[in-house]
Ligand binder design. Structure first.
Ligand code: SAH
Length: 215
């Protein structure tokens, strides 16, 4: 795999598109300019890697649209060294963006095949800040909690209680909820028992499913 000047040029244009669509966080835009998205796609879609679109990956899943990745990441307000839990590793692209922002990333995927593929890519790209796990993200990752930030990249019927519990006080959870079209929620843990929830627009994700899927 190669990251050519042409790829880099296409990424710059993608960043300009995201700017025009309202993404303002310079650190997020710089991360998108850094990570070669074409590494995270099937060869068949390589030509399209820098279009602002979601594409199919294995197991009937999708790599999120760059705008959605940028939007969710911007809402997270990542600071260096923060512990971030991601539910739905998929291609691994969102994890790579979080790691580029200096987060210590813990990512969970329910498809063993996708988990293995993305994990190999992280090693190949020397993305050392990412630890990936095979499991059902509804449970979070209790052994590494609490987290500064949690991001869910699949549409949830309801907010899984374990994820709210595994948030630090002052921590933020970004999760799309609802069936068909999802409402993006930005949930902040105010105290041990209180949370504040804000609606941040409508998006369309593949569903957050129960259980795990072995190869
Ligand atoms: N962040 C990914 C988006 C992938 S799509 C990327 O950048 O490519 C959402 C992913 O969530 C899919 O891979 C799907 O298998 C996974 N997923 C769905 N339900 C899950 C669950 N309960 N636990 C963990 N992963 C889940």
């Amino acid at each position: 795999m190669e990251d050519t000047f042409r790829h880099q040029g296409l990424r710059k244009r993608l960043v300009e598109t995201l700017r025009e669509k309202g993404i303002t966080d310079e650190a997020v835009l710089a991360a998108i300019a850094t990570i070669p998205r074409h590494y995270f796609l099937d060869k068949a879609f390589e030509e399209h890697a820098y279009e602002d679109k979601a594409f199919p990956i294995d197991e009937n899943q999708t790599i999120s649209q760059p705008y959605t990745v940028a939007f969710q990441t911007q809402l997270l307000q990542i600071k260096k060294r923060q512990k971030v839990l991601e539910i739905g590793t998929g291609s691994g692209y969102q994890s790579a963006i979080l790691a580029t922002l200096g987060a210590r990333v813990y990512t969970v995927e329910r498809h063993e095949w996708l988990h293995q593929q993305s994990n190999e890519l992280f090693k190949k790209l020397h993305l050392l800040g990412i630890r990936s796990y095979f499991g059902d993200g509804h449970n979070g990752l209790g052994e590494f909690a609490p987290f500064d930030k949690i991001i869910v990249t699949a549409g949830a019927a309801a907010v899984p209680p374990a994820l709210k519990k595994q948030l630090k006080i002052g921590g933020v959870l970004i999760i799309p909820t609802g069936e068909g079209v999802q409402t993006m929620l930005q949930i902040t843990r105010i105290t041990a028992t209180t949370y504040e929830s804000k609606e941040m627009g409508s998006f369309r994700f593949v569903p957050l499913l129960k259980g795990k899927n072995k190869k």
